[in-house]
Ligand binder design. Structure first.
Ligand SMILES: Nc1ncnc2c1ncn2[C@@H]1O[C@H](COP(=O)(O)OP(=O)(O)OP(=O)(O)O)[C@@H](O)[C@H]1O
Length: 303
């Protein structure tokens, strides 16, 4: 399967205006400083149900800082963060989860040697029987994990297999299905395709689209404009902590998005400089050129 063949984008059709109403989660002029380092400044972002909001940017652009604010790991130091229209200041990811905001990080919080079904319920195990005879309801957990994974279109041969034996893509999918099952309304995905090949990336993008089609608001953080464009409804490009671009799908082409990601203006300047170097190379080094061959006084015959 190639990513081009996935056809995952089925949310807001190109040309349709963004849906109105109160966003599930929203940043308004938000920012974050770590001591003297201003990692994020004056950022607006709206997460809406049934839409994928992509956050793109180069290394150090502020993507992690943004999703850490949304998922309750860090507190913003400027602007506002609203959930269902009301300002919030989460103290921990637990607070965010309680409001339906779940984050799936690259280093998934799974136990590799535990079976898939056990990982699916990790920290939220189903029990049965009255105290003090309460025990894990293994059969119910297996049944639920199986039906939830299937309803997301994830077919695993054996739920008893250790999660560590799954591919990276499958593990991401299990984590997404898990967040959906436990009531996430907003799914925050940190570079879910970063370590994956084309085929596995396609599988993960398909489940992102499935979560979106279930009505979740998805925040997809990625370096990859091609992946973003396959599923994205809105694109926010960060550059040195500020929003360089915030555009709906109908307002930006893949080519433009790629150009912004690559640092369009900088690339143009570099191209210009390279052209000059090339031109100069043909004519010999210009005066004062640091790359010009070094001549010594001795060679010139001076004492
Ligand atoms: N805990 C921290 N303390 C101080 N500075 C930080 C901290 N976390 C991030 N920064 C700085 O904030 C800026 C934005 O970093 P951030 O990790 O949010 O970027 P990013 O877009 O996620 O980058 P990457 O793709 O490399 O992970 C960087 O200059 C980084 O050095």
């Amino acid at each position: 399967m190639t990513t081009d063949a996935i056809g995952t984008h089925g949310g807001a059709a190109a040309g349709t205006p963004p849906p109105g109403g109160t966003p599930l989660a929203e940043l308004r002029g938000a920012g974050k400083s770590y001591g003297a380092v201003r990692a994020l400044h004056d950022v607006d972002l709206a997460v809406r149900p049934g839409r994928v909001t992509c956050v793109l940017g180069d290394n150090g652009a502020g993507k992690s800082t943004l999703i850490k604010i949304v998922s309750g790991l860090h507190r913003h130091t400027e602007g506002e963060f609203l959930v269902d229209g009301a300002p919030v200041r989460f103290r921990s990811p637990r607070d965010a989860l309680d409001r339906g905001i779940a984050a799936v990080y690259q280093d998934l919080a799974t136990v590799p040697l535990m079976p898939v079904w056990r990982n699916f319920f990790l920290g939220s195990e189903t029990t049965r029987g009255p105290w003090p005879f309460r025990r894990l309801d293994i059969a119910a957990m297996k049944r639920t994990a199986d039906s939830e994974l299937r309803s997301m279109g994830i077919a695993l041969d054996d739920l008893e297999q250790p999660v560590g034996t799954l591919s990276g893509g499958q593990r991401q999918c299990v984590a997404i299905a898990r967040a959906v099952h436990f009531g996430a309304r907003v799914l925050v995905l940190d570079e879910p395709t970063a370590a994956l090949g084309v085929k596995q990336s396609g599988v993960v993008l398909k489940y992102i689209a499935a979560a979106r089609d279930r009505g979740l608001g998805v925040v997809l953080v990625t370096h990859n404009p091609h992946h973003a464009y396959l599923v994205g409804d809105h694109f926010s490009v960060l550059r040195l902590g500020t929003l360089e671009l915030s555009a709906d799908r109908s307002e930006v082409s893949l080519q433009e998005l790629t150009h912004h990601m690559a640092g369009g203006a900088e690339l143009a300047a570099l191209e210009h400089e390279l052209a000059q170097v090339h031109h100069a190379g043909a004519e010999g080094p210009p005066e004062g050129d640091p790359c010009a061959p070094v001549t010594t006084g001795t060679e010139e015959g001076t004492p």
